[in-house]
Design a protein around this ligand. Structure first.
Ligand SMILES: [Zn+2]
Length: 274
């Protein structure tokens, strides 16, 4: 039977200080923040997918072990978060193999998923699907099917699709907010937009029997990190303000959603339901 109200809650497990000038002078919060998500997941009884950067797995093997022991899925998010448009098929293959190896080394039992950094899987970088297939990947969650100043592949459409013989792409969930089409369950949007809109967006997806795809980061709930200018936002002070906005309420918002009878599951488990 097809499961209802599926929320594909997922974490992009990365260190936001990487890419920030002298970023390592700031507190290392990856483990502490990830443990807050793990505690919350334990409380809910649900499992989810952690799209994990290889370098992070190598640096924090105990954390990765804990994620595995608590029943969650590990998937790939590249070796060190280089977007696909800055790679080529050869470099990406090496990168992905290294990422997969790092996850198995920590004890993962089956690594079959991939998410591109910053939705860099677009019309121009779709060569990446063949590389994924060659590396044993069977699903990807890497496309933002909207117009976006940085990345975006609007023509892809908003439903999952078989993109070659091996790979299913499950694009990010979108909704319209005024003139904007936005991934309402992505960290910064989920924290900053009015909660009634978030809830309506979930209801709309569920009413059409579609899952809600999301992405959260360790920093999205971090209230103890020093303020610094995040990488990849063109030094925008406004966007950087949003990067810190309402972090303290992230778990409260997630708890409020659970009251809508949502079911969180790993991507691997979701793919078994369709
Ligand atoms: Zn990322």
């Amino acid at each position: 039977m097809k499961a209802k109200n599926i929320f594909l809650f997922s974490i992009d497990l990365e260190d936001a200080r990487v890419g920030v000038v002298n970023g390592h002078q700031y507190k290392d919060r990856v483990v502490a923040n990830t443990k807050i998500y793990l505690d919350w997941l334990k409380k809910t009884g649900f499992n989810c997918t952690f799209f994990t950067v290889g370098e992070v797995a190598e640096k924090y093997p105990d954390l990765i072990r804990k994620i595995i022991d608590e029943g969650h899925e590990l998937a790939c998010h590249t070796w060190n978060h280089v977007p696909l448009n800055k790679q080529n098929p050869e470099s990406f293959k090496k990168d992905l193999e290294k990422n997969i190896e790092a996850l198995y080394k920590c004890g993962a039992s089956s690594v079959t998923g991939f998410r591109a950094p910053v939705f860099s899987l677009t019309k121009e970088t779709q060569w990446a699907y063949d590389v994924m297939a060659a590396c044993g990947i069977t699903y990807s969650s890497s496309v933002l099917p909207a117009q976006n100043p940085l990345y975006g592949w609007q023509e892809f459409g908003q439903s999952k699709k078989q993109v070659n013989n091996s790979i299913v792409e499950i694009p990010m969930s979108l909704n319209k907010f005024g003139p904007l089409t936005i991934p309402f369950a992505g960290g910064v949007y989920f924290r900053c937009l009015p909660f009634f809109f978030i809830r309506q967006s979930f209801q709309k997806r569920f009413a059409s029997s579609e899952p809600v795809l999301s992405y959260f980061h360790p920093y999205d709930l971090d209230t103890e990190q020093e303020h610094y200018m995040h990488a990849g936002i063109n030094n925008s002070r406004f966007y950087n303000f949003l990067m810190y906005y309402n972090r303290k309420n992230l778990i409260n918002r997630l708890d409020a959603l659970l009251k809508m009878d949502v079911k969180i599951m790993t991507y691997q488990d979701y793919l078994k339901t369709i």
